[in-house]
Design a protein around this ligand. Structure first.
Ligand SMILES: *Cc1c(COP(=O)(O)O)cnc(C)c1O
Length: 326
């Protein structure tokens, strides 16, 4: 299998810990992989994808990174941080409007020197790709060369970050003398889940990869994941034999929608924090862990002995709106 090259940005491998009291409460062994600790400014899952994508950017002579996302995008912040760290420039196309006082990820984007262009939700869904290209063209006139990353760095090259993470998990299993029969991850733009799924496939499909979508529908994501698997399979030269029926994404937990929280979700996140001393984020991991908890409480997911949950980060996303619900 062909694996593209990467640069080293993340603190790897990330630790895997057993959740003692949470496991006892649910009656099944649950473990957590701390991908929220891949770094500080570049914390979270996006840096694993950026290790591959930015290598491609550097190799093609780019000196700017352009990407897009929501106003509190963890991916946009990680991209701004990587750009600054490598002496590159960054431009972020964000869905939303300028704030008097920037908080969370937007604050960090500004600290890290990113130029932010705000666009409306309509512009975001209909023409974010064209708008990013427009920014690249402007930079080109100024003598720069920009590399455009899609939302969440969820394309073929970015997904290799989680094929790599899957291999890291296999090594950790060996060292720990344990086998995880299910790996659970949040599905936001699909790259993390697709990388894990592909890693599992090329290693013989020994595990179940379970996703919880935190926006949209499971149906819609199955299509996105199929597209990503095809792209990845072309890049590795090994293809993919997975079909839509093999894609286990559990629907029912987006709640009020992307980046909108319900009181019961925040209450659960607080319960989890007090039980384990680990803080989840309100947009992604809080909803996914709430999904896992609810499914197990409802008597589902019974056939697993050791479940590994990936904490993909996102702590900077605790905005005033989410904090007000506690
Ligand atoms: C982006 C993100 C996810 C979702 O990962 P995708 O690869 O986009 O599906 C999960 N958790 C956090 C904290 C994120 O920032």
């Amino acid at each position: 299998m062909k694996m593209p090259k990467k640069i080293e940005l993340a603190n790897l491998p990330t630790r895997i810990d057993h959740l003692d009291r949470f496991s006892e409460e649910l009656g099944v062994d649950i473990w957590i992989k701390r991908d929220d600790q891949t770094g500080s400014e570049i914390s979270g899952n996006k840096v694993r994808k950026l290790e591959f994508a930015v290598k491609e950017a550097i190799d093609s002579g780019c000196d700017y990174l352009i990407t897009c996302g929501g106003i509190q995008s963890n991916h946009a912040r990680a991209t701004a941080a990587v750009a600054a760290r490598l002496g590159m420039g960054s431009r972020l196309v964000l869905r939303g409007t300028e704030r008097q006082v920037a908080e969370g990820n937007l604050f960090l984007d500004k600290m890290l020197g990113a130029t932010v262009r705000f666009i409306t939700p309509e512009e975001y869904s209909s023409s974010r790709v064209e708008i990013m290209q427009e920014e690249a063209d402007k930079l080109s006139v100024e003598g720069h060369k920009a590399y455009i990353l899609p939302e969440g760095a969820s394309n073929g090259i970015g997904s290799f970050g989680y094929i790599n993470a899957f291999n890291e998990i296999l090594e950790q299993e060996e060292r720990m003398g344990i086998e995880f029969d299910a790996i659970v991850a949040t599905v936001g733009s699909g790259g993390t889940f697709s990388g894990l799924l592909y890693g599992n496939e090329i290693n013989g499909n020994r595990k179940d990869i379970i996703g919880f979508n935190i926006a949209g529908t499971a149906e819609g994501f199955r299509e996105i994941v199929m597209g990503l698997l095809e792209e990845i399979g072309e890049m590795t030269g090994a293809g993919s034999k997975l079909e839509p029926g093999d894609i286990k994404i559990i629907d029912g937990y987006p709640g009020l929608g992307y980046a909108l929280s319900r009181k019961e979700e925040i209450d659960f996140i607080r319960h989890f924090s007090m039980t384990e001393g680990i803080i989840l984020d309100p947009v992604y991991t809080g909803k996914a862990m709430y999904g896992l908890y609810s499914e197990i409480k409802n008597g589902n997911l019974k056939n697993y002995k050791n479940i590994l949950f990936i904490h993909t980060g996102g702590l900077f996303g605790w905005t005033e709106e989410a904090r007000s619900l506690i």
